[in-house]
Each structure stands twice: as C-alpha cells, then as structure tokens.
Design a protein around this ligand. Structure first.
Ligand code: FEO
Length: 167
C-alpha cells in the first residue's frame, strides 16, 4: 500500500498532467482557427501525450492500492498574440511540470518508496525531451521572425509529427 502523502502528490500530478493536456488542446484550437494545421496537429499530439502521462500515473496509483482523486481542471486559454507566445507558454508549463516531477521524486526518495522512484524515472527522462522540443521550436521561430514562408515551412514540418508509441 502506497504512503498517503505520496498518493496525494501523485493525484496532484495527475491533475497537473490533465491540465497540461487541456491547455495543449486549447492551443491546438487556437492554431486551427489561424489555419495553421501543422501546428494544430502537433499540439493535438501533445494533448494526447499528456493525457497518456496522466493515465500512466493513474494506473500506477491504482496498482499500488492508492485512491484516485480526480480534481477539477480549469478551462484552457485559447487566445494568444503569436505563434511564439504559444510555445513560450508551453515551455513554461513544461518547466513547471519538471519541477513537480522532481518534487514527487524527492518525496518518494524521502519515503524510501523505490517502486515509485523507478516509475518516475521515465517521467524525468520524458521531461528532458519535452523541454528540449519546446526550446528547439522557440529557437526556430525566433530565426523565422516575420517571414511567412518560414512559418509555413515549420507548420508543414510539425504537421508530420507522428504519435509517439512511448506515450
Ligand atoms: Fe507530462 Fe509534458 O509533461
């Protein structure tokens, strides 16, 4: 049976992953309205990935005999001023998520819960990837600036992203 303090923290993390998922869905609808289908599709994949992260934690909590508590998820922002603003917001969200996964890991460490530490290792690795992909896109958008052809090229490129089987 998992320690209650850890179960509470995992439930909070489930809510955080679902909030991220919902926020990415909001971003996807923003891009769709801007007729940037590639960006919209990329964000839809991101939405699905975050949902998968939440489910990974939820099933783990159930497997460990913890009680799942499903918190309310706030409505996402669907209004942005620019493409780069969306990705900067995404990066901030990922940085906050990395911080909370680290805190969760530290709690598992403190409580000597080795199984949870092992489970969270995947999330720590995933966060490195998530932050890197946001940073790469922000860097490209910075170079593109106001060049519409560049933006449409990136739109096409991001539209080719396939769903990741690991999620
Ligand atoms: Fe599930 Fe992007 O962290």
């Amino acid at each position: 049976m998992i320690h209650q303090e850890l179960a509470d923290a995992i439930n909070a993390q489930i809510a955080q992953e679902l909030t991220a998922s919902y926020n990415y869905l909001g971003m996807s609808t923003y891009f769709d309205e801007q007729s940037l289908d590639g960006f919209a599709s990329w964000m839809m994949n991101q939405h699905a990935e975050e949902q998968a992260h939440a489910m990974k934690l939820l099933i783990y909590l159930q497997d460990r005999g913890g009680k799942v508590e499903l918190a309310a998820i706030p409505s996402p922002n669907v209004q942005f001023d620019s493409v780069i603003e969306v990705f900067k917001t995404s990066l901030e969200q990922e940085i906050a998520n990395t911080k909370s996964i680290n805190e969760l890991y530290e709690l598992a460490l403190k409580l000597n819960d080795h199984a949870t530490k092992s489970h969270l290792q995947w999330f720590l690795d995933e966060q490195v990837e998530e932050e890197k992909s946001m940073e790469d896109i922000i860097a490209l958008l910075g170079r593109i600036g106001n060049d519409t052809a560049g933006l449409l090229y990136l739109n096409d490129k991001l539209g080719q992203r396939k769903e990741e089987p690991s999620a």
